[in-house]
Design a protein around this ligand. Sequence first.
Ligand SMILES: NCc1[nH]cc(CCC(=O)O)c1CC(=O)O
Ligand SMILES: [Zn+2]
Ligand SMILES: [Zn+2]
Length: 341
Amino acid sequence: MGDKYKRMVEKKHYLHSSIFHPTLRDWQSLKSELTPSNFMYPVFIIENDNEVQAIPSMPGISRYGINKLKEHLQNVISKGLTSILVFGVIDSLAKDEQATNADSSQNPVIKALPKLRAWFPNLVIACDVCLCPYSSHGHCAILSENGTIDNPKSIKRIADIALSYAKAGAHIVAPSDMMDGRIGAIKTLLIENNLQNNVAVLSYTCKFASNFYGPFRDAAKSKPSFGDRKCYQLPPAGEGVAIRAAARDVEEGADMLMIKPIMAYMDVLKQVNDKYPEYPMFVYQVSGEYSMIYNAAEKGIFDLKAALLEILQSYRRAGADIIITYYTPLILEWIQLKHKL
Ligand SMILES: NCc1[nH]cc(CCC(=O)O)c1CC(=O)O
Ligand SMILES: [Zn+2]
Ligand SMILES: [Zn+2]
């Protein structure tokens, strides 16, 4: 009995028999499958309706005027796109302390929303809510005279902007400022305006003060004119405060949670997902991650498709439900091809 039993136990550890065929390998990976609804596509909308501006720090990504964005999205939707995350970028409109043009009638997002809703009735539209692309100082908050954050004024302004986007047609408002209390302030205002059943709040929950946002700040023209964002974005090694940020946003009523960036923060994703399994988990593959992968592939370090699929499946394995990525159009093309074969 002894020897034979030992050999039987050993046989359980022959693993190649589980993965020798592509379909068998798929069976080992189904929980991490990549389908179109696992992706949200970030887009930048500019003031001039008929312009397209390439973004040098993000090769392959452009800012679009609404008419050009229409053509671009038509193409991506035909490949299965289900949701977008919209950023406004201004050029000739003024920037001031109150970020007035975040939700003025001239704001490119406010103007685009009704059109996008009419053109693409099935597309889910999330709007990034922040002051930094519209404030004169480039910070995500209203500042007091000594240059520190005025939190009560900030969350009031952020909630007002979120309400404006909601009224203009956003399905989802996504505050990216990391002010304390902004989720509660937004939820309260949505309820007061009877929008609580039609608008979701996607919280940038665990958003770290990261070196990987550089290309985005070029793209959104949202670089702080002084200082940094370390007083409101999380310290990269701050595991405890990250978990507390998730608790804060859950208690304030967030509908969905996000980890940002993701590549260096997968343990945080795992912990937050284990603690709050009842929430859809978003991860944001940010601009620096996008450009890093792009440039590595360009240099021949790896094949873009193979390496990117490996990375994306790893995010799914670690607990990500939805991946926000600038690669979405390309990924949708690959997914389509896989299912056609
Ligand atoms: N409101 C800030 C904001 N909104 C989106 C990003 C980054 C997105 C990316 O890098 O792709 C940032 C970070 C920042 O500038 O601090
Ligand atoms: Zn901001
Ligand atoms: Zn989950």
